[in-house]
Design a protein around this ligand. Structure first.
Ligand code: SAH
Ligand code: SF4
Length: 431
């Protein structure tokens, strides 16, 4: 979500004549998009802001923006008190307001950036030397092959450990016309894969003025049919919002990537209940089975939290055993971080205890992923290359070409899988 927001912010700047740069020294403006989902992310954001004091001293005319979830949580007052050199603070709930705060920076596209100050001088109070102003095409780090599309903002669930609803607000859904228009624009820019984003993305439902509603599967179907699109993905669905209609659309539309990231958080019913996740281990496994029934090749990955308050060794083992039982291709594992202010949510484990569980979980994930990757050897897979030496299968496995072979970014290619190198498959294009 944050990456998608950063991209959107980048586009707003680009429309004002800015270009993206990796060089802090060359930057006229710096935007720090912050995360606060775990304390560590917030700490990192804070130290990053601190490090920009030097830049601001060297560039007093430069503009420093602190935006996003940690900005929302900490507030403008706190950030400006602690870091008076910050120019603007925009919380995650009001990211739309950034537009209005952007400095006017009318770089004319036909003038190289190093001349922009003179360009600005030239245009002030004078007729523009060019008949019309065309906003430059944004140059962004976003992969041109795979693009994000936000279809919902915020979240209306109340998982006990989670700060997202507090900093991003209640769930709200974008209109299907708006989503499809953005999708078409990104395809026109060269995207071959779209990833629809939302915290509970499959809860998507939009009621138009005429009372007709568009459900998540209906939206998927429309997006999957867009001309020029090779692959459609979505992230992250929540176990509560799967419907029979979804499984039917998933089965009937092979353009929808055969990969679902389905965060489980814990394998223990007791912990799932305490987390207020709304499902049991059995219900979760039932969804995984239905995914595989609809698409036997599908890969499922997940997120786990270890060391949730009250998690016993027996609960933890339920998470461990779920890895093999669900057959996760991959899992992001996080140590519990206290974010909410609810009482009783202090972790019982000390840092060493958390680390020990995390390591065991990671080892089990690695073992399982290794076996799943190896099982793909010998198969012919359809790969969407994102660069010359990197592509993904429909089930989201990374494939690297064997030495000597090169891929053509954006052009689907059939590849024979010949081996596994670290966490990726190796393969060679076949006719
Ligand atoms: N909406 C998604 C998750 C969004 S947050 C879902 O419900 O599936 C991304 C991940 O961060 C979560 O899946 C969870 O594993 C992790 N996370 C969220 N809050 C956390 C916390 N307080 N401590 C540790 N990990 C957390
Ligand atoms: Fe947080 Fe739960 Fe919403 Fe995911 S579903 S964003 S974990 S509250």
């Amino acid at each position: 979500m944050n990456e998608a927001d950063s991209e959107r912010i980048g586009r707003s700047f680009a429309a004002r004549g800015f270009e993206l740069t990796d060089s802090l020294k060359a930057a006229d403006a710096v935007v720090i998009n912050t995360c606060t989902v775990r304390q560590r992310a917030e700490d990192k954001a804070i130290s990053q802001i601190g490090r920009l004091r030097k830049w601001k001293l060297a560039r007093p005319d430069g503009k420093l923006f602190v935006v996003g979830c940690a900005a929302e949580k900490l507030g403008r007052k706190y950030i400006r008190n602690r870091f008076p050199f910050v120019d603007e603070v925009v919380g995650a709930k009001s990211l739309d307001k950034i537009e209005a705060l952007l400095p006017d920076f009318p770089t004319l596209p036909d003038f190289p950036p190093e001349n922009r100050h003179s360009v600005q001088k030239h245009t002030t109070g004078q007729p523009s030397p060019l008949p019309t102003f065309r906003p430059p095409t944004p140059r962004l780090p976003d992969s041109p092959v795979s693009a994000f599309i936000t279809i919902m903002r915020g979240c209306s669930l109340k998982c006990s450990y989670c700060i997202v609803p507090a900093v991003r607000g209640e769930a709200s859904y974008l209109a299907p016309e708006e989503i499809l228009a953005e999708a078409e624009a990104k395809i026109a820019e060269g995207a071959k894969e779209l990833i629809l984003l939302g915290q509970t993305v499959n809860s998507y439902r939009y009621e138009g003025k005429d009372g007709a509603a568009v459900s998540f599967p209906a939206l998927l179907k429309m997006a999957a049919a867009l001309p020029g699109l090779a692959r459609l993905r979505f992230m992250s669905p929540h176990p509560l919002f799967f419907t029979d209609e979804f499984f039917r659309v998933f089965r009937e539309n092979p353009r929808i990537g055969r990969y679902i990231h389905l965060p489980v958080q814990s394998g223990s019913d007791r912990i799932l209940k305490a987390m207020r996740r709304g499902y049991t281990r059995a219900r979760y496994l039932d969804i995984v089975a239905k995914i595989r029934e609809a698409a036997p090749d599908a890969a499922v990955s997940t997120d786990f939290i270890v060391g949730y308050p009250g998690e016993t060794e027996a609960d933890f083992r339920e998470s461990l055993s779920l890895i093999g039982e669900a057959g996760f291709s991959f899992a992001y594992c996080f140590k519990y971080s206290r974010r909410t202010d609810e009482r009783g949510l202090e972790p019982d484990l000390d840092e060493a205890g958390m680390d020990e569980r995390l390591e065991r979980l990671l080892a089990e994930v690695k073992k399982n992923s290794g076996a799943i990757l190896n099982a793909r050897i010998g198969r012919i897979e359809e790969v969407l290359p994102e660069s010359r030496d990197f592509g993904r299968t429909s089930a989201n496995f990374v494939v690297r070409p064997e030495r000597g072979a090169e891929l053509e970014p954006g052009a689907l290619v059939r590849m024979e899988i010949t081996g596994v190198v670290r966490n990726a498959l190796k393969g060679r294009p076949v006719p």
